[in-house]
Every structure is written in C-alpha cells, then in structure tokens.
Design a protein around this ligand. Structure first.
Ligand code: SAM
Length: 285
C-alpha cells in the first residue's frame, strides 16, 4: 500500500443519512469584514455543502468533460504517467476522470466534506471506489507515503494559500511525493488579466450557458474575492490569493523543479479574449 487510505470521516458511509438541515447546509462565514479574510486555513469554511452541491448540480460533469477534452489525459500519457496523486480532489471530477482513463489514482483533500462528496460521486459515476486521503498539502507527506508519477492540483486550488511560506511548503511536499522523474500539473485563473485590466473591465465568467456567473467582487494584490451567482438567486463567495503567472513559475523552480512550461486555455466557457486559465507543467528532473 502506497498510501494511508483511511477514509475521511463520512466517506465510505452510505449516503442518505438524515441530518438536521441546519447542519447539512452551514452558511459561509466571512465575519464582519470579508476583505480581511486572507487566511490559508479558511478554505474548509468556504466550501460549504450548499455551494458545492449547487456547483456540481449545475456544472454537470459531462459538460466539463467536453470543455476540458483530453488535455490533461494526453499530457499525463505523453509523460508516461501511470500513478497520479490528485491533491485537490474537491468533489472528485478529475479523480474519477483519471480512474476511468486507467490511471492508478489516489485522491487527497484537506476538507473531509469534499472527500465524502467525492467518494459518493465516484460510486454514482461508474461505480468507482475512490482511494481518499484526508490531508493538508502543507503536511502531505505525513499522510501520503509513496512515489507518484504525477501530482495534479487542478480547478484553481493553489489560490487558497495565502502566504508565500504556505505555498513553498505545499510545493515542496508535492515535489517530495513524486518519483525522481515525476511531474506536477497545477492550474490557476489568469489573475494577471484581472489585476492589470482595471476595475471597470474586470471579467465576469459564465458557466453552463449563462446560468452560473463568477465575477471578481474585489481585487487587490493580496486578495481576489469572487462572487458566484446561481439561477435561484443564491450567492456564494470565495476569497483567493491572486497568483501572478511568473511568480508561480518562479516558486515552482525555486523548490527544485527543473523545468516549467505554462499553457493557456483549453476551454470555451469564458467571455474574455485572453486565457481564463493557465496550466503549469513542472518536471522534477
Ligand atoms: N479539482 C476539483 C475540481 O476542479 O473540481 C476541485 C477543486 S476545489 C476549487 C479546491 C479544493 O482544494 C477544495 O476541495 C479544498 O478543500 C482543497 N484545498 C484547498 N486548500 C487546501 C490545502 N491547504 N490542503 C488540502 N486541500 C486544500
């Protein structure tokens, strides 16, 4: 066994257990001044059940498959990858996709709720039993043992780290679980475009036709606060760190990766003329 695959609390337990609704749908808590919430540890409070389920319900996986195409699958295959550690499992989209493509996949997340949801999704989409590990990236090697051909950190997840110290620590941990010739694939929103284009022209992004709108509500060099609006008028927020492209490339090299290549978009679901997402591919040797 390469990993400590003990399920997160809730994962592996049959769904449908009745819980008081108030527990099942906690509200997002940003306090009196949301703009002051610039904390790496806050991510587990932001992905509350209502938000996560609405997102999964509306952005259906089939459409995501289509917009993403074979980009990551082909990239991994072209590097001879067989084993993958998905460090930002979320609700499991990429883990399930990779399992279906035959990759030996282990799924990590720092949020037990997310892992439980991913586990349930794995069963529902094709009857897959996800191997899940509850771990924070900063202490990844405490919980995950083994060497993987690839680490993937997708869906604009690295943006949840609010200090450079946390970013370096996480990248060093990703580096350490890789084989000597392993690769890291990490994506991010194109924050340079948002930071540099001025307030008036900040982009709104539409998903799933025009149904889900994601827009920056506030941006400075240390915070990008996004508002997500759903067709039923509900709104949720995420506070993220606006990673500049060249900064991320530099950090990745500084923790030891030898080469970094950055790709532009592969998907259609945005209104800007520049890439919405950037994808970094880093090679350990
Ligand atoms: N990759 C998935 C996707 O694209 O659908 C989900 C990405 S979701 C935007 C980001 C995930 O990263 C969340 O599930 C969150 O719990 C996790 N995460 C954020 N910071 C983390 C950390 N420091 N350690 C472990 N997981 C973290």
């Amino acid at each position: 066994g390469v990993t400590d695959s003990r399920p997160a609390s809730g994962a592996g337990v049959a769904g449908g257990q009745a819980e008081p609704a108030i527990e099942a749908h906690p509200a997002q808590a940003f306090g009196d001044d949301p703009l002051l919430v610039r904390d790496t540890d806050h991510y587990t409070d932001e992905y509350v059940t209502g938000f996560v389920e609405k997102w999964d319900e509306l952005i259906d996986w089939k459409k995501r498959y289509e917009s993403e195409g074979r980009f990551f699958v082909d990239l991994l295959k072209s590097h001879g990858v067989k084993s993958v550690l998905d460090v930002a499992t979320g609700t499991g989209f990429h883990s399930v996709r990779l399992i279906e493509e035959g990759f030996d996949t282990v799924s990590v997340d720092g949020s037990p709720e997310m892992l439980a949801k991913a586990f349930e999704n794995g069963k529902n989409y094709g009857g897959h039993i996800l191997r899940v590990v509850h771990a924070d990236w900063r202490w990844l090697n405490r919980d995950v043992h083994g060497e993987f051909d690839a680490v993937i950190c997708l869906g604009n997840s690295f943006t949840h780290l609010f200090s450079e110290r946390d970013r370096r620590k996480a990248l060093a941990e990703f580096y350490a679980v890789l084989k000597h010739d392993g690769i890291l694939i990490l994506d991010q929103r194109n924050y340079d475009a948002i930071l540099d284009s001025g307030f008036t022209s900040k982009h709104a992004y539409y998903y799933c036709g025009e149904e889900v709108k994601a827009e920056p509500e506030y941006v400075d060099e240390g915070l990008a606060r996004f508002r997500y609006s759903f067709p039923d008028q509900s709104q949720y927020h995420l506070n993220m760190y606006p990673l500049r492209k060249d900064y991320v490339r530099r950090l990745v090299r500084e923790v030891g990766f030898q080469r970094v290549e950055t790709y532009g978009d592969f998907q259609d679901a945005f209104s800007a003329d520049e890439p919405d997402f950037l994808i970094h591919l880093a090679e350990k040797s």
